[in-house]
Ligand binder design. Structure first.
Ligand SMILES: Nc1ncnc2c1ncn2[C@@H]1O[C@H](COP(=O)(O)OP(=O)(O)OP(=O)(O)O)[C@@H](O)[C@H]1O
Ligand SMILES: [Mg+2]
Length: 256
């Protein structure tokens, strides 16, 4: 399902946060939204989900999500927020099962299939051993993977992931990125992630969108967007950009 945003303006607390943002994420592709702190990346994901008042046009598979009932929207798009507030005392398994809510009838209970899907997702994210653990007894990276597990349990065609790897060790970063990539290739998922690790973004995404000051200042392939000049201008960082073994850019900080 294609995600299309045209001329999006969002103001928060009376201050413009996104200005004239347009982007198109073709069905089955992966776009990473990058940019400095405060650029508007999380705001963009929340706007796409239909959670914010905005001007402009946002469609997912041609439909306007803000006009959709939450249940229907949750079967179409899953969202993993950057800093979710997690219910205290709930177990990892029950939280993951919440991802099945859009499929469970009102006043009904989850089916054996819903439980099997939650269990399978936990397994794929290395969380089976933690299934009965309360959420407040997890490490930061474990918590982050559980939030992703809930989103994956929704089995939607579109995934919006806000900084899904920030708290993860390098092994779990690779596991999560490979899992998302496999789902994209096998089930044709459309993926939009924000991500601060620019090399990681460039390794997995088909396209990068660089947001700065609420505007799209560059978009294209990783090699087109991740240039030394753009990183200097928008992040005030001096970096070396080298082509990796697969031609995708690798960034390293330049020491004075
Ligand atoms: N509710 C709010 N009211 C007013 N301003 C807000 C509100 N929420 C966010 N902002 C501001 O909007 C801007 C964009 O915030 P956003 O969270 O989208 O940035 P971001 O690019 O995701 O940053 P980060 O890399 O730190 O996650 C920031 O300047 C932030 O302070
Ligand atoms: Mg953010």
């Amino acid at each position: 399902m294609t995600v299309a945003v045209r001329g999006l303006d969002v103001a928060l607390g009376g201050r413009p946060v996104l200005r004239g943002v347009s982007l198109k994420v073709p069905a089955g592709s992966w776009t990473a939204v990058i940019g400095p702190n405060g650029a508007g990346k999380s705001t963009l994901l929340r706007a796409v989900l239909g959670l914010l008042p905005c001007a402009g046009e946002i469609t997912v598979a041609g439909a306007d999500l803000s006009a959709m009932k939450p249940r229907r929207r949750a079967r179409l798009v899953a969202y993993a927020p950057q800093s979710p507030s997690l219910p205290v005392g709930m177990t990892v398994f029950d939280y993951t099962l919440l991802g099945r809510s859009p499929y469970i009838p009102h006043l009904g209970r989850e089916s054996a299939r819903d439980r099997a899907i939650a269990g399978e997702v936990l397994d794929r994210l290395d969380l089976t051993g933690l299934a009965e653990r309360p959420l407040d007894h997890l490490s930061g990276g474990e918590r982050q993977r559980v939030v992703l597990a809930r989103a994956l349990a929704q089995q939607t065609s579109v995934l919006l992931l806000d900084e899904p790897t920030t708290a993860l060790d390098i092994g779990h970063q690779q596991q999560v990125m490979e899992l998302i990539d496999r789902l994209r290739l096998s089930d044709g998922l459309t993926v939009v992630t924000t991500i601060h690790d620019l090399t990681l973004a460039g390794q997995y995404a088909d396209a990068l969108v660089l947001l700065s000051g609420g505007r799209v200042v560059a978009s294209g392939t990783p090699a087109e967007v991740l240039t030394r000049a753009a990183i200097q201008e928008h992040f005030q960082a001096r970096v070396h950009v080298l082509p990796g073994p697969d031609g995708r850019p690798l960034l390293s900080l330049e020491r004075p």
